[in-house]
Design a protein around this ligand. Structure first.
Ligand SMILES: [Fe+2]
Ligand SMILES: [Fe+2]
Length: 162
């Protein structure tokens, strides 16, 4: 059985994962409008990945006999001015999410909820990768920033994501 506190916290996290999906879908649409098809594809897959995160939490809450309380998803913004700005935001957002996952881990520890603690370890590791990927791409954009044509190469590279 999940505690009421934990049930509420996990429900909130489901909502945040869907917000991440929504944010990345909005970024994908921005890249589509900027004719950067590779970036758009990468972001769309990222949005899909966030939905699987949400469903992982969803399945866990159900498995523990918790109640689902699906909350309204906040609308993301729709405009950015450059790929660098987008990835600065992705990196900052993922760091924020890491903080949320850490807070859930701390709650699980406080409540001596071992099953939730164990489930959260997957997310702890996932956030290391999420931050790494975001900062790696941001680093590449910054390196090639002023060289015309090189962003096109990166667009091609990101478009290879499966
Ligand atoms: Fe996520
Ligand atoms: Fe993420």
């Amino acid at each position: 059985m999940l505690s009421k506190n934990m049930e509420e916290a996990l429900n909130k996290q489901i909502n945040r994962e869907y917000f991440s999906a929504y944010l990345y879908l909005a970024m994908s649409a921005y890249f589509e409008s900027a004719n950067m098809k590779g970036f758009a594809k990468w972001m769309r897959l990222q949005a899909k990945e966030e939905q699987t995160h949400a469903l992982k939490f969803y399945d866990y809450v159900i498995a523990r006999g918790g109640k689902m309380n699906l909350l309204a998803i906040e609308a993301p913004k729709a405009k950015w001015t450059s790929a660098a700005k987008v990835f600065e935001e992705v990196y900052a957002h993922e760091q924020k999410v890491t903080g949320m996952i850490n807070a859930l881990v701390e709650l699980a520890m406080k409540e001596k909820d071992h099953a939730t603690f164990e489930t959260l370890q997957w997310f702890v590791k996932e956030q290391v990768e999420e931050e790494e990927h975001a900062s790696e791409i941001l680093g590449k954009i910054r390196t090639i920033g002023d060289i015309p044509g090189h962003l096109f190469c990166l667009d091609h590279e990101l478009g290879k994501r499966e």
